[in-house]
Write a protein that binds this ligand. Structure first.
Ligand code: HEM
Length: 487
């Protein structure tokens, strides 16, 4: 003990809650809405970077845009590793997803292939399928508006499956194996993606506990999730290969890569397309659900947005090609991401070399949580951050204000920032504009005729989804009805 004490690293680390002997800050580790607790610590300890140590693992939380730019941005080369997360990677089996791979050649090969297929020109072909799926979404909303959350999931999964593999899902509401598997794989990602949610992240040897062992519920849960992780990683890709072999396939990103001759190892192609499919639906579902919640809670924003669309587009549905003329809609898309960030602590980063920040020592191997929530709710940059107000991104004459920071933190940090940003933004913009053009989101009433006010609560986890809420979604007019029905 004396030796350990004498050899301990005495360089100052950023402030944070006082650790206990042996367990460190284990008892301080927040269980829910961690981003709010870290934001509060940042205020309490007067530092935008806070530190804790849990069972020997150093954790650094970055709570401001300045610190994020200085560390994760400018020194991206050493802030882009990912920690080992035995629950997510080894037990649930999501290690195939390159979003969780260590920073190195294997990750680079996946990321390169992804970038090649998701650049501006590559997503041109994607626009047609996107428009088709947005129309399907509008028709589903018209026919069964109460199930809007289910239709959002259906559109996002259907679009991702078709663009990536040229495969089709069943109509909304009917059991579909692909939608079921992605929903469960995304649930697994949500539950296990926040480092430290499972004790096994700190003590990897616990993964060897057999699943029949008392209290080993995490092992049994992992076994269940593993099935859907395996389906997402293999089944659509194998089906695509089978369809190509029989020359019976719909052109897709996957078929394009395969017919060009696989330059990369086949595992890279399979895993990259699987990540495209899984992530393609995950975040978009959350953001579109948040949009509907915002329209329910802020009717004046909805009215203003509809006015802009009516002035710019007539006789057809708006789409992404109208974006330059619809600044208020762009501001809504930005505000949706800022108001209720889908991934409030990004994916966990890991520091791969020693570093310093404002005199503090940051150790190699530290887990780094970029607190996107705190950055996007900084009242100095976004006054009254809890209010949904797209106008904050606009000048008084209604154009996008270059002096207000684009909420980039929504998409993550440095080399690990979201590679699906263009695709995600395009789907969000298209679906939001088309919905505003054709539907009104209104309050729902209970059996006594009283307005039901949504709680505005979100589920916990790495990805945030609003808890189910009620609203009425009605077509705006006879003209809107015609636009929805037109082929
Ligand atoms: C609303 C839409 C979306 C949001 C808000 C979003 C946000 C994010 C965030 C915050 C990260 C973590 C970045 C970090 O660790 O610093 C991420 C990573 C990732 N996203 Fe997205 N995303 C969206 C849509 C998409 C789409 C449509 C795709 C695929 C087509 C996608 C694919 C990925 C992948 C593969 C990664 C892992 C990147 C890596 O670690 O190298 N995302 N996303």
């Amino acid at each position: 003990l004396c030796l350990v004490y004498m050899r301990r690293d005495t360089r100052p680390v950023p402030p944070g809650p006082r650790p206990l002997p042996l367990v460190g800050n284990l008892l301080d580790l927040p269980k829910h809405e961690q981003w709010l607790v870290y934001q509060e610590w940042s205020r309490r300890y007067g530092s935008d970077v806070v530190h804790m140590n849990v069972l020997g693992t150093d954790i650094v939380v970055v709570n401001s845009a300045q610190a994020a730019a200085a560390l994760l941005g400018q020194k991206s080369a050493i802030y882009s590793d990912r920690p080992r997360m035995p629950m997510l990677g080894e037990l649930v089996g999501l290690g195939w997803h390159f979003g969780f791979m260590p920073h190195g050649d294997n990750w680079r090969a996946h990321r390169k292939l992804f970038a090649q297929e998701s650049g501006a020109s590559a997503i041109q072909g994607y626009n047609e399928q996107e428009t088709k799926w947005i129309k399907t979404f509008l028709k589903n909303l018209r026919d069964d508006p109460k199930e809007f959350l289910m239709h959002i999931q259906h559109m996002a999964s259907g679009l991702a499956l078709e663009t990536t593999f040229g495969l089709q899902v069943q109509p909304s509401g009917q059991p579909d194996p692909f939608i079921a598997a992605t929903k469960q794989a995304v649930e697994a990602l949500t539950e296990t993606g926040l480092f430290g949610t499972y004790f096994v992240d700190f003590l990897p040897a616990l993964k060897y506990i057999p699943s029949w062992f008392p209290y080993a519920t995490f092992r049994r849960q992992a076994k269940e999730w593993r099935k859907s992780s395996d389906i997402a990683a293999h089944v659509p890709y194998e089906l695509l290969k089978k369809n190509i072999a029989t020359n019976d396939y719909v052109p897709s990103i996957g078929s394009k890569i395969l017919s060009a001759g696989v330059e990369e190892e086949e595992t890279v192609v399979r895993q990259t397309t699987a990540a495209m499919f899984a992530n393609g639906s995950a975040a978009v579902v959350s953001a579109l659900s948040t949009f509907i919640l915002a329209m329910r809670l802020y009717p004046e924003v909805q009215a203003k947005a509809q006015k802009e669309i009516d002035q710019v587009v007539s006789g057809r549905l708006p789409d992404t090609s109208d974006e330059a003329n619809l600044p208020y809609i762009t501001a809504i898309v930005r505000e949706v991401g800022r108001w209720q960030p889908v991934v409030p602590l990004a994916f966990p980063h890991m520091l791969s070399a020693d570093d310093t920040y404002e005199g503090y020592h940051l150790k190699a191997g530290s887990i780094v949580f970029p607190n996107a929530w705190a950055i996007l709710h900084d009242p100095n940059v976004y006054p009254e951050p809890h209010i949904f107000r797209p106008e904050r991104f606009l000048t008084t004459d209604g154009t996008l204000n270059p002096d207000v920071k684009d909420p980039d933190a929504v998409w993550g940090f440095g080399r690990r920032a979201c590679p699906g940003r263009k695709m995600g933004h395009s789907t969000l913009f298209g679906a939001i504009a088309a919905m505003l053009a054709t539907f009104d989101v209104k309050p729902a009433f209970d059996e006594n005729g009283k307005i039901i006010v949504p709680s505005g609560e979100y589920g916990a986890g790495m990805l945030r989804y609003p808890k189910a809420f009620e609203c009425r979604i009605e077509t705006r007019s006879v003209d809107a009805m015609a636009l929805i029905s037109a082929d």
